[in-house]
Design a protein around this ligand. Sequence first.
Ligand code: AMP
Length: 279
Amino acid sequence: MERVTTVRDVRAWRRSAGGTVGFVPTMGYLHAGHVSLVERARRDNGRVVASVFVNPTQFGPLEDLARYPRDLERDQGLLEAAGCDLLFAPPAEEMYPAGFEAVVDVGAVAAPLEGQRRPGHFRGVATVVLKLFGIVQPDRAYFGQKDAQQLAVLRKVVRDLDVPVEVVGCPTVREPDGLAMSSRNSYLSLEERKAATVLFRALCAARDRWAGGERSSDALRAAMRAILDAEPLARADYVSLADPLTLREHEGAATAPALASMAVFLGRTRLIDNLLLEV
Ligand code: AMP
C-alpha cells in the first residue's frame, strides 16, 4: 500500500490504476466498522483507496476537532491488512488552500436531527466528500449506515449533482454488547462505556415494538425515551422516527422502512446510533 499526502500524487496513482476503484473516506482512528467498509470495497473493486482526513469544516466551534483521536501509523497498518491499495492522508492546507470558498448547499435532508444540532456539519461533509470524489474519481464509495443521515445526504448530493459515483451503504458494526463502533467511544470513561449500551437497548425497544405491530410514531419514540431516561449517565439530545431518505419526522402512523435514530450525551461525549425498522 502506498501512502500519499497530495492531490497531485493521488491523480498520478489514479491515471495508472486500471479496473474499478472503490473508495472509503474516513477521519481515521480506525476500528472494525471502517475495516468492514474497506473489505467490502476490496470485494467489489479492482483497487481500493481510503482517505484519513479529520475535516475541520464539519466540526462546530465548540466541538471536538482539537481532541479528535488520531493514530495514522496504526490506521496505515489496519488499511494495509484489509487490502487497501492507496492511503490518502492530506494535511488541511492541501484540502483547503488559501482562498478556498466554494461549498455544497445540501437542502432539506440536511436540516433536521444532526443538521439542526450541528449547524454547517453536513455542508462540511458534503463539500469534503465531493472534493475527495473529484480527487480520487472512484467508481464506488462506501459509507456506514451508522451515520444514516450522512448517507442520506450523500445519496442526495450524488443524485442532484449527477456525480458519477455509486454510493454503497454498509451495515453498522457493533461491539459484542451492541454499542456501535465509533472513534469517539475512546472518550468514554469505564462507567460511561457501560452506560453507552443504552443507545442500542433503546433502539431494540423500538425494534421489538415494531415487530409486535406497533406503528404509532409517538409510541415508538416514547419507548426509546423511556429506556434512555432510565440511564442516569445518559442525556438524550434527540430521539427520532423518520423517513430514511428524506429524514422527515414521522407523525401519526409510521410507514416502513422507518429510521429510528438518536443522539445521546454520556458526559461530554455525544454518540449517535440508529436502526432501520423494515416491513
Ligand atoms: P468516520 O471516520 O467516523 O468519519 O467514519 C468513516 C466511515 O465509516 C463513515 O462512512 C461511517 O459511517 C463509517 N462507520 C463509522 N462507524 C461505523 C460502524 N460502527 N460500522 C460501520 N461503518 C461505520
